[in-house]
Structure formats: structure tokens, C-alpha cells
Design a protein around this ligand. Structure first.
Ligand SMILES: C[S@@+](CC[C@H](N)C(=O)[O-])C[C@H]1O[C@@H](n2cnc3c(N)ncnc32)[C@H](O)[C@@H]1O
Length: 296
């Protein structure tokens, strides 16, 4: 695993690793599609068991992740630098089929820990929040140019922010807004007094989801992933917030419904969550939920 040279710690610790291995049950020769390969934590463990680099495809939309993956996987694995919808359309047009598919959604630790990426407000940074540095839409564009009603709708829909309208109005009145700390201070005006969670947490989550079209891409990609599963193939999806988990739950439930010809069988009735031990060592696992299924 790649290390963070400043802290001598891994760049990103994979969540629910043992559980992913349990549900995917990788076996020698299996083909593998990792749609959010990140820093290769899950992928390297899966590959250690399949031992089939030439039947492995790793996807990520982030430049930094792709360059780390390029250094780490040098045995003929296919690397695709794209969002997973674009990659899935391409792969399914080629007729690709996989025994194992993994999607570990959301951002990686390097996204969250690097102030320059603009995901955090505890340290000041630009209003960016793009997972894909080549994408045109940034958080700054939304905050500084989108209309108030649309911003309020984003805050309501993607983070159930109770003061969505008030915050949208404060944002439009304060333009131009240049930095994450400035935005966090503006949001705080809607929530004077002390609160356990910083009031900007919800606004930042909502903007991040909007900038990266996280829910739209998931909704459109998941049916393609199910199509690309080979008979007997297994899929595991890890989500980090309830809106994502709802989409995963609904699409898997529909594909595995009561019909005798249902194409899928659920392996997890309820989402699998991190063990107390993992929570101590990897706080990112706190909100992780894993759902898995097998193609009949
Ligand atoms: C939680 S991390 C995955 C970490 C990885 N499983 C590991 O063990 O290192 C999520 C990764 O998915 C990528 N990602 C998120 N949404 C994506 C999308 N729609 N298309 C492609 N990559 C995406 C992010 O750039 C990030 O690197």
C-alpha cells in the first residue's frame, strides 16, 4: 500500500476490507472490475487472491489516484481514468463481463486531507471539490453563479439542511466567495451558537454531491454494473451516506425481487457496517455501508 511520506501512514486505508473479501470471495483466475480503485487498497488484496492482472480493470476519476495506481499495478491491469459511468458505458459496449465488481463510493482520504482540493473547511482552501481535476464545474461556480433557489434546492436535497433557504440567501448576498473557510463562516451565520457538528458540514456535503453528480452517476451506472456481472459473479458496493445507500438498496432490491426469473440474489439482507475494532483504527469507516449480491 502506498504511504503518506509526511506521516508514514497509508494514503488511504480501505474500509470494510475483510467484509469485501468475504462477500466477493475472489478465487484464482476471476476477472475483476474496481470502479473506484482509489489508492488500490481493496484492489491489491483482491488481486492477491485472483492472481489475474490481465483480467482486471481499475477505474478512477481522480488524477492523483490514477498516477499512484499506475506505479502500483504494473502487471497488465487495465487502468481507466474516467468517471465510472463513462467507463461502464465503454466497457459494456465492448461486451465485458466480470466475476467480481467493487464500487467503494465517495471521496478518498487524500481528497479530504488536502486543503487545496477544497473539500474541507477546517483548513482554508479554494472552493473546488472536484474529484476529477479536469472537470469544468467547481464548487466556486455553484456558490458564486448559480441562482439562490437552485442552491437552496441542492442543500435541501443532498443534505436535508433545515436552513437551506436562509443559507442560500446568505451565500448569494456575500458573493464573491473565494475560499472554504469564508463559506463556512457564512453558513455559521445561519446557525449562531454552539453545535456539536459544525453547521457547514451539511452544506459542504451537499455541494460536493452536486459538483461531482454523485447520485446521478450512481443511479445510471448501477444497472450497467449488474449487466456486466458474469453468471455467478458477485458485486459489492460501499456507500457513505443515506442517499447513496437508498439508491443501492432500491436498485439491488428491484433486480433481486420476488420474480422467479430475478437475475440477482442479495447476499446482504441488511447493510454490513464496520466492526468496533475497525472503527477505532479507521474513523472513515463510521458511515460505511456494504451491500452485496450475486448474479444467478
Ligand atoms: C473511497 S475511495 C476508494 C478507495 C479504494 N477502494 C482503496 O482501497 O484505495 C473512492 C475513490 O473513488 C473515486 N470516485 C468517486 N466517484 C467516482 C466516479 N463517479 N467515477 C470514478 N471514480 C470515482 C474517487 O476519486 C476516489 O479515489
Amino acid at each position: 500500500m502506498h504511504q503518506n511520506k509526511h506521516q508514514n501512514a497509508p494514503l488511504h486505508v480501505p474500509v470494510l476490507l475483510q467484509e469485501v473479501l468475504q462477500y466477493l470471495a475472489p478465487a484464482p483466475g476471476n476477472s475483476y472490475l474496481d470502479l473506484t480503485a482509489g489508492y488500490g487498497g481493496h484492489a491489491s488484496e483482491v488481486l492477491a487472491r485472483t492472481n489475474a492482472p490481465q483480467r482486471t480493470t481499475l477505474v478512477d476519476r481522480d488524477d492523483n489516484a490514477i498516477s499512484v495506481l499506475k506505479g502500483q499495478f504494473v502487471d497488465g491491469e487495465r487502468l481507466i481514468h474516467a468517471d465510472f459511468l463513462t467507463a461502464s458505458i465503454e466497457l459494456s459496449a465492448e461486451g465485458s463481463q466480470y466475476d467480481l465488481i467493487l464500487a467503494d463510493l465517495g471521496v478518498s482520504s487524500p481528497h479530504l486531507n488536502d486543503a487545496h482540493r477544497g473539500f474541507m473547511f477546517s483548513e482554508d482552501g479554494p472552493l473546488d471539490m472536484r474529484m476529477d481535476q479536469q472537470q469544468a464545474l467547481t464548487a466556486s461556480e455553484i456558490v458564486n453563479h448559480w441562482d439562490e433557489a437552485t442552491i437552496a434546492a441542492i442543500l435541501k436535497r443532498y443534505s436535508e439542511e433545515p436552513k437551506a433557504k436562509r443559507i442560500a440567501s446568505l451565500i448569494t448576498a456575500a458573493r464573491p466567495i473565494h475560499s472554504t473557510a469564508q463559506l463556512a463562516d457564512i453558513v455559521k451565520q445561519a446557525w449562531p451558537g454552539h453545535s456539536r457538528v459544525h453547521p457547514a458540514t451539511r452544506t459542504f456535503q451537499a455541494l460536493r454531491i452536486a459538483v461531482n453528480d454523485e447520485l446521478g452517476l450512481l443511479e445510471r451506472s448501477l444497472p450497467l454494473w449488474l449487466d456486466m456481472l458474469a453468471p455467478g459473479g458477485r458485486i459489492a458496493i460501499i456507500s457513505f451516506h443515506s442517499l447513496e445507500d437508498r439508491i443501492v438498496k432500491q436498485i439491488l432490491a428491484t433486480a433481486s425481487g420476488d420474480r422467479y426469473d430475478a437475475e440477482l440474489q442479495l447476499l446482504t439482507k441488511r447493510p454490513v457496517v464496520a466492526s468496533p475494532h475497525e472503527l477505532v483504527t479507521n474513523p472513515r469507516a463510521r458511515s460505511a455501508k456494504l451491500r452485496a449480491a450475486v448474479k444467478k
